[in-house]
Design a protein around this ligand. Structure first.
Ligand code: PLP
Length: 441
């Protein structure tokens, strides 16, 4: 049999998108962030202590398209863009489904996930603004890794506060960040006032993203040449990730694929937004009937069980208040292997789109997502990140529905990253020692 033309749909480097798509242009009535002290709509100046001007402008922009700087496009090639859209024939055969399953490959980035797409843009704008150091937090380590590497391309130093629990559990992520030249501190650390305060009160704490964010922001506020970089949640991050979806739209057009479902996992919402916002634009214009599905962990089900209201982005309550689906900024999700999905809130843009019924959401327990990940590895040979396994699980469920009804639907999901540094989690699953991760267990 000849290799079918939709087996692996690739694009040439010059087909990397030339502009990002901004969903804020097409969503009416988005509520602005609020200053955490005055509770008034935040002003651009409120962000100047931690972000550079071009980033602040993009955060508030309602322009539909924003040009991608040449230097960012050039460097996207180093992250293996454009990434392939691939058909999962072997998975289809194994499931005995009449459905067609495709996946967009963010796992092919040398950084292991989609996070490099925004890291590159953020490093570029900060370098342009004369910033010499970026600080950030990282949970599982994918974001810290991405920022650490791309900062080198623009001669920027990186300081990463890594949640202490992960720092001790995932030593190889720390090695990677060190290889890329970053300074890495286990958070809470002795390096900041806030870290010292927490250590005094709770010497044995394993830390949290909220604490790490506060430490990273403290450094950025203290020094003019230092800014803070966030890997998800905010509008400018969603914007930078739309290269994923724009490539996918072009690939689907070339291969004449009309998806019935587009599926991605959600933590803060960035790979989901990047992958689906260009299609959401088509839906808003009445040109697409694709059902868009966000998949979250039962340990942090902000869309399926949270409330749509203003809330803080961190635990200490120092960030602006964002209008979003949230479980409450004091909510501490259970420890799960999909560390990138352990966040109490959801991107304000994804939240607004959910509120306007542009997407549906589903939540899974981590054991069923690892089962899907093992099936995917056996059939396609790819070890998916635990986060991405959530999207795989939802795709498999839709394919099995098609098997029951005999419908030949088309399913396209985003494979947000690879899981080579998550084999400990797979091992627990295979050994049968993995814990259920649902909130009420
Ligand atoms: C960080 C991460 C996620 C979750 O973050 P989003 O901003 O929701 O995309 C998902 N998958 C991988 C591989 C990640 O590294």
């Amino acid at each position: 049999m000849a290799i079918p033309r939709d087996a692996r749909i690739t694009l040439d480097p010059e087909e990397i998108p030339k502009r990002w798509y901004n969903l804020a242009a097409d969503l009416p009535e988005i509520k602005p962030p609020l200053n955490p002290v005055t509770k008034e709509p935040a002003k651009p100046q409120d962000f100047e202590a931690i972000f550079c001007k071009p980033i602040i402008q993009q955060e508030a922009s309602t322009e539909r398209y924003i040009d991608i700087p040449e230097e960012v496009r050039d460097n996207l090639v180093a992250l293996n863009r454009p990434s392939p859209l691939q058909r999962a024939y072997r998975l289809e055969r194994y499931l005995k489904t009449p459905a067609k399953i495709y996946f967009k490959r963010e796992d092919t980035s040398p950084l292991g996930s989609h996070k490099g797409n925004t890291a590159l843009a953020q490093a570029y704008y900060n370098a342009e603004s004369g910033i010499h150091t970026l600080t950030t937090e990282t949970g599982a380590g994918q974001w810290g890794t991405a920022l650490a590497m791309v900062s080198n391309l623009f001669d920027i130093d990186t300081t990463v506060f890594m949640v202490k629990g992960s720092y001790n559990q995932k030593p190889f992520r720390k090695t990677l960040m060190h290889m890329y030249g970053a300074e890495v501190y286990a958070s809470p650390s002795e390096y900041t006032e806030f870290g010292k305060k927490i250590l005094k009160e709770h010497p044995d704490t394993t830390g949290s993203l909220g604490i790490a964010i506060s430490e990273a922001c403290e450094l950025a506020m203290k020094d003019e040449g230092t800014c803070y970089a966030l890997g998800s949640v905010l509008n400018h991050v969603m914007l930078h990730q739309t290269v994923i979806g724009e490539e996918a739209m072009l690939q689907m057009q070339k291969a004449e694929i009309t998806p019935d479902y587009m599926i991605a996992c959600v933590g803060g919402g960035s790979n989901f937004a990047g992958f689906t916002f260009p299609m959401m634009h088509e839906k808003i214009k009445g040109r697409s009937e694709t059902e868009i599905i966000a998949v979250e962990p039962k340990a942090a089900p902000s869309l399926t069980e949270g409330e749509f209201r203003y809330d803080y982005g961190d635990t200490a309550g120092v960030t602006p208040l964002l209008m979003m689906y949230t479980l409450g900024s004091e909510f501490i999700p259970k420890s799960i292997h999909a560390g990138g999905l352990r966040y109490h809130g959801m991107s304000p843009l994804v939240s607004a789109a959910y509120d306007q019924n542009l997407l549906t959401a589903v939540a899974y327990d981590q054991t069923e997502t690892f089962e899907a990940g093992v099936t995917f590895a056996k059939t396609e040979g790819i070890v998916a990140a635990p986060e991405s396994c959530h999207a795989i699980k939802a795709a498999i469920d839709k394919a099995l529905e098609c098997k029951a009804t005999g419908e030949e639907k088309t399913i396209v999901f985003c494979l947000s990253g690879h899981g080579f540094l998550d084999l400990y989690g797979y091992d627990q699953y295979l050994e049968g020692t993995m814990q259920s991760s649902s909130i009420d267990n």
